[in-house]
Design a protein. Structure first.
Length: 277
């Protein structure tokens, strides 16, 4: 189950990374022990079929000094751990850029180094069926660049409806970059479908409920073939009919009101909005 994605940065490459506050409840459910302030749990990170050791930590800062401050939950590992070395190997482009920037900056400059957009790389954190085991998927800079080139020949309709069977078949004509990213994209959509109990975010209906066959689809607010953005904040879950209407009529999505504004003046507001708040 997909949980969230993150841009690769220096901290991730060397010693760990923080879990955004909005995902704390998910981690509390997955690893109940880290609900307690100051608790640490040994976990495994699965990358490319290999397991790596890490700790999931609820940081033990002084709550009297920092009264009212929310918990800080992080994945932690040491700079010379197998996990850290593996991450620097995968994300060599990010690591090289960061090391060059560190070498070139002025003494005493401790500003955070931001990897430019054209070099950014991404991790995707997933829960697994195994206790205290998380799976890490990724997209490197080279894969992102290949995707930008390959995606030009595919329509948004085709991308959003690529089946798992097609993704498994290397002879379908779809590049490795497209197959990999579409699998990640589908995982994110499937997680959101479960999150909304297979209900359409526009109507609130659970389509097919009377047949025990739940039919909803994931739609990219800004087309993925234009933005390459498959973050959950760019995806809504809608019923198949409304999905076809969106692609046909091409309404504008108003993020302020969380509504689709159609060219003929009709406005359809989302009724289920939790993951977009």
């Amino acid at each position: 189950m997909f949980i969230y994605s993150k841009i690769v940065d220096k901290s991730l490459l060397w010693d760990g990374f923080s879990i955004p506050k909005q995902y704390h409840k998910i981690f509390h459910m997955l690893v109940p022990a880290i609900s307690e302030h100051g608790e640490n749990v040994d976990v495994k990170i699965l990358i490319d079929g290999e397991f790596y050791d890490a700790q999931l930590k609820n940081i033990a800062f002084d709550q009297d000094t920092w009264e009212g401050h929310g918990d800080i939950i992080q994945f932690r590992y040491t700079p010379q751990s197998p996990l850290s070395k593996k991450l620097r190997q995968i994300f060599s482009i990010s690591n090289q850029y960061i090391q060059q920037e560190r070498a070139n900056r002025q003494p005493g400059d401790r500003n955070r180094i931001i990897v430019p957009e054209n070099l950014q790389e991404f991790i995707y954190i997933n829960a697994t069926a195994q206790s205290n085991v998380f799976a890490l998927d990724y997209v490197t800079c080279k894969e992102e660049q290949a995707l930008r080139n390959d995606i030009k020949s595919i329509s948004e309709d085709v991308f959003e409806t690529l089946s798992i069977d097609a993704l498994k078949d290397e002879d379908t004509g779809f590049s490795q970059a497209i197959r990999k990213v579409r699998k990640l994209d589908k995982s994110i959509g499937d997680t959101l479908k479960k999150f909304y109990d297979y209900r359409c975010q526009v109507t609130g209906e659970k389509i097919g409920d009377q047949y025990s066959a739940y039919v909803v689809e994931a739609h990219h607010i800004v087309p993925f073939t234009e933005s390459l953005n498959n973050d959950a904040s760019n995806i809504v879950i809608v019923n198949p009919t409304f999905h076809r209407i969106i692609h046909k009529a091409k309404p504008e999505f108003d993020k302020a009101t969380l509504s689709f504004k159609f060219p003929n003046g009709v406005v359809e507001k989302l009724t289920l909005t939790d993951h977009l708040k």
